[in-house]
Design a protein around this ligand. Structure first.
Ligand SMILES: *[C@@H]1O[C@H](CO)[C@@H](O)[C@H](O)[C@H]1NC(C)=O
Length: 321
C-alpha cells in the first residue's frame, strides 16, 4: 500500500521526469563532428537511405565538408525533398539524387551501372538504409523482404561498386549495423523466408548480424588495398525504422524515446566518425558503438570461417540476379 502511494504521487512523476531529463542531457557522443576539420572537396560519397533519419544527417555532414554526395533513395519525392534541404543548408550544389530499391537486385544493378557510368571515383560508401518490422513478404527475386533490403541489396551494391572504390583508394565502406545483431542468428534458410519468427525485431536482428559478418569478410579481402570496411552501431535512434509498427507500439516507444534515445542527428555521429575521422585512417574490419568506441561484436560476428561461408553464400544468391 505504502509503495502504491509513493509511486502514484506527483512527486514521483516529477522525479522520474527529472531523472529522464538528466539522462538525456548527459548523453553526448565522445567525438564531435563539428570539431572535426576534415574536408572532403574532390571526394565522392554515396549514402543509402539518405532521405530521412540518420542517413540524411550523414549526407548533410559529408556535403558540409565539400564532398560530392549521392543520395541513394527509394522514393523520388522524399529523396528530392532531402536533396533540396541538404543543398540549401550546406550551400553545396554538388549533391545528387539517384533512385534505388535495395530490395530488388535488378534495381541495385541498374543503380550501380549508372554510378559506374557517371562517377570517376567513389571514396565513401555508407550502407545505411534498413527496414524493420516488416510483415512476412517475399521479393520477386524470391528473398525475404527484410533480408533483401537490409543485407542482400547493400551486399550486392557494395560488390558492384568495389572496383571503382578500389581505384579511388584511400576509400572507406561503412555499414550501419546495430547492437541488435547480438540477438541475431545465422540460418541460411532465412534468406528465403524460412524458419523466421516475425516477432518484434527478430528478423531485423538477424539481418544486422549478417551486415557485420560480411563487412568483416570484405575487410579481410580488401587488406592492403587502401579500402577499409567497418560496421557501426548508431545507438538507439528515433527514426522512421519504426514506421511499420502499429501505432500503439510506436507511440509509447516515441514518448520514452524522446528522453532516452538519440535523435537521428546524434545517431549519425558514429557513422560519420567511421566515414571521415582521421584516427580511423587504415582501420578496417572493426565494429564501433554509438559513442565511437571500438568494441567487440557478438561471437558469431567474429568467426572467420562463418564469415567466409556467409560471404560466399550471399555472392551465390545475388550472382545471377
Ligand atoms: C533484438 O535485439 C534487441 C537488442 O539486443 C533485443 O532487445 C530484442 O529482444 C531482440 N529481438 C528479438 C525478437 O529477439
Amino acid at each position: 500500500m505504502f509503495f502504491m502511494d509513493i509511486f502514484c504521487h506527483p512527486l514521483w512523476a516529477a522525479l522520474s521526469a527529472l531523472l529522464a531529463l538528466v539522462v538525456r542531457l548527459q548523453r553526448r557522443a565522445i567525438w564531435d563532428p563539428q570539431a572535426c576539420s576534415v574536408r572532403l572537396r574532390g571526394k565522392t560519397a554515396i549514402v543509402t537511405g539518405a532521405n530521412t533519419g540518420i542517413g540524411k544527417f550523414i549526407a548533410l555532414d559529408l556535403a558540409r565538408r565539400g564532398a560530392r554526395v549521392i543520395l541513394a533513395c527509394r522514393s523520388e519525392s522524399r529523396g528530392t525533398a532531402a536533396l533540396n534541404e541538404i543543398k540549401q543548408t550546406t550551400g553545396n550544389a554538388d549533391v545528387h539524387l539517384r533512385i534505388v530499391d535495395l530490395s530488388s537486385m535488378e534495381s541495385v544493378r541498374e543503380f550501380a551501372k549508372r554510378i559506374l557510368e557517371e562517377e570517376k571515383a567513389l571514396h565513401i560508401l555508407v550502407n545505411n538504409a534498413a527496414v524493420s518490422g516488416l510483415p512476412r513478404q517475399m521479393t520477386k527475386d524470391g528473398f525475404e523482404a527484410s533480408f533483401a533490403t537490409n543485407h542482400l541489396g547493400p551486399f550486392l551494391l557494395t560488390n558492384l561498386l568495389l572496383d571503382l572504390i578500389r581505384r579511388s583508394a584511400p576509400a572507406r565502406i561503412v555499414t550501419v549495423s546495430s547492437l541488435n545483431h547480438k540477438r541475431g542468428k545465422v540460418d541460411f534458410s532465412h534468406f528465403h523466408g524460412d524458419n523466421l519468427v516475425y516477432s518484434m525485431d527478430q528478423v531485423y536482428n538477424h539481418t544486422k548480424l549478417h551486415n557485420i559478418i560480411c563487412t568483416n569478410e570484405l575487410a579481410r579481402r580488401l587488406q592492403g588495398t587502401g579500402v577499409t570496411a567497418n560496421s557501426v552501431h548508431p545507438g538507439v535512434v528515433m527514426t522512421e525504422v519504426m514506421r511499420h509498427y502499429p501505432f500503439w507500439l510506436r507511440y509509447p516507444f516515441n514518448l520514452i524515446g524522446f528522453f532516452f534515445f538519440k535523435s537521428p542527428e546524434e545517431g549519425a555521429v558514429s557513422p560519420i566518425y567511421c566515414a571521415v575521422s582521421e584516427e580511423l585512417e587504415g582501420v578496417t574490419g572493426k565494429y564501433f558503438d554509438s559513442d565511437c568506441s571500438l568494441v567487440l561484436p557478438a561471437p558469431l560476428a567474429r568467426d572467420p570461417a562463418l564469415a567466409v561461408k556467409d560471404f560466399e553464400f550471399c555472392e551465390k544468391l545475388t550472382a545471377k540476379l
